[in-house]
Design a protein around this ligand. Structure first.
Ligand code: AMP
Ligand code: MG
Length: 492
């Protein structure tokens, strides 16, 4: 097999206890569903080779390409608040790393390519539905400019997987700035393996936060930067109505990317307590709880880092607390700036947040569609005649009218040219999000009828979320009552 992939495997050079060497399972009849050619090029990979039978053999796990050293990474994690000391890659195998055209190092990982040392009772496989879902949602996030793992390819393995029913098996190739999670630190900290925590910190700093290496306390500088990245990440989720669904510490990347798309979803009608995940009975990971959970997860990371922060434990705790407390202000700064952009405000005034919260409150009370409300406000900002298109989204249109009057007064004070405002608002408010009912429809066609047309159409439309694309207007529409998807499921 003449791979054209210049693998370099820095994680596999860490001590043996960081991972288990694992061969992916041989897919009996691999078939490429979708290759992300622009991403392949950005990674310096040859898309034609990846789409060739040899490339697909690698993407399905059937063949290990030269230079790849496949491993399953060890990690632990708090799942819904309870600590599990051994999780690890149970259905994922890291093939290795490549350096992209941007000079950054990226992991290439197969998800769904068979059992590993960490599979416990699981089969290590992925069903086609969750693979298509992750492909669509991760690429939509990237197109919206939100930090995320990417999808290089989805392939069918030709094998059946057994869930509640028999389903086609599939493998997704995930690309990440790193797959180290908060739970990776917890794995070693729980074993009192201070040496490993130190090595892992050095690794993460060198790879992801090189500037922190120069700081007086590199581990603290790393924590501080990650707190900033996570605060901004969660703010950007809230600004597009995204609900991760399973914000366990093992699903939180130390690179600050959205990772582990399972029962995630975008809200249609706005409500801050929205939950989709079938396994989140308590609503722990509801839309509005996400900032608090991110901070909780980062606190778990800080606990692992304490011995590296200062030899004096009290001092270490004090330093960590200072950084963790900063999460709130950093989240708010990002969230509030984003709300201003969504409302078309060029200047900042102290009452802006109250104005935005007033709108969100009215949207929640009137089941207004999150995405369309903001998108249509862009037109209303330039032309009062477009108000009617926003008010129909509210159960009681008068709720919008009352708010719109204060917004217009605020816009008048803000100054700026109406068309410039409309343009800026359209860049802050996507029209196309991966709506659950459309994602489900694309999955159904693929799984039930081996028809990937709807999947490909949706993927292409989501690649340009801020453009109107009138020929695909139906993909921007909220679900009809009978189309509504109320629950999403894990990939397991
Ligand atoms: P998740 O909730 O998807 O983040 O996964 C939680 C843990 O379960 C991780 O350690 C996964 O590797 C493992 N896992 C999930 N699905 C499977 C599967 N089909 N086989 C083996 N392990 C799995
Ligand atoms: Mg996970």
């Amino acid at each position: 097999m003449t791979s054209t992939i210049p693998f370099d495997n820095s994680y596999a050079r860490l001590p043996d206890r960081f991972f288990a060497r694992t061969r992916p399972a041989e897919a009996p009849a691999p078939r490429l569903i979708e290759l992300n050619r622009p991403l392949a090029l950005a990674l310096g990979l040859d898309p034609d080779w990846l789409a060739s039978p040899e490339g697909v053999a690698m993407l399905s796990g059937r063949e290990v390409a030269p230079g790849s050293e496949p491993i399953a990474m060890a990690y632990a994690g708090h799942q819904f608040g309870s600590f599990v000391p051994s999780l690890g890659d149970g259905r994922a195998i890291l093939l290795g790393e490549v350096v992209g055209r941007d000079g950054q190092r990226y992991d290439l990982q197969l998800k769904g390519s068979g059992r590993t040392l960490f599979s416990r009772g699981g089969d290590g496989r992925a069903a086609l539905g969750p693979v298509l879902r992750e492909h669509l949602v991760s690429e939509a996030m990237a197109a919206m400019g939100i930090p995320t793992t990417r999808t290089l390819a989805s392939v069918i393995t030709g094998e059946e997987v057994y869930r509640e029913t028999v389903l086609p098996g599939a493998v997704l190739t995930r690309v990440a700035r790193s797959h180290v999670r908060v739970g990776t630190f917890q794995y070693f900290a729980a074993r009192q393996d201070r040496e490993a925590v130190r090595l892992l910190t050095d690794y993460v700093v060198a790879r992801l936060y090189p500037e922190a290496a120069e700081a007086e306390r590199p581990a603290l500088a790393f924590l501080d930067r990650l707190v900033g990245r996570q605060a901004e990440l969660v703010a950007s989720w809230l600004l597009v109505g995204f609900i991760h669904g399973v914000m366990n510490t093992d699903n939180m990347s130390v690179a600050g990317e959205t990772i582990d798309y399972g029962p995630c979803a975008f809200m249609d009608a706005f409500h801050p307590q929205t939950v989709f995940s079938s396994i989140d009975q308590q609503g722990r990971y509801a839309y509005a709880n996400q900032p608090g959970i991110a901070q909780w997860n980062l606190t778990r990371l800080a606990e692992c880092l304490l011995p590296l922060l200062d030899p004096d434990e009290d001092r270490a705790v004090e330093l960590a607390k200072e950084v963790l407390t900063g999460f709130g202000a950093r989240f708010e700064a990002a969230f509030h700036a984003g709300l201003r952009r969504k409302l078309g405000l060029f200047q900042a005034e102290p009452e802006d947040v109250a104005l935005a919260q007033d709108l969100l409150g009215r949207m929640a009370a009137n089941a207004a569609d999150f995405t369309l409300t903001f998108r249509r406000l862009a037109d209303a900002a330039a032309d009062g005649g477009a108000d009617a298109t926003v008010r129909v989204l509210f159960a009681d249109g008068a709720a919008y009218d009352g708010w719109a009057a204060s917004w217009r007064e605020r816009l008048a004070r803000d100054g700026g040219e109406p068309q410039a405002r409309r343009h800026a608002m359209r860049q802050a408010n996507p029209l196309f999000i991966p709506r659950n009912h459309q994602v489900e429809a694309a999955i159904r066609a693929g799984v039930d009828a081996d028809d990937f047309g709807p999947f490909r159409t949706l993927l292409a439309v989501l690649a340009d979320p801020y453009a109107d694309q009138p020929e695909h207007a139906h993909l921007a529409a909220p679900p009809q009552p009978e189309e509504r998807v109320l629950q999403t499921f894990c990939g397991t």
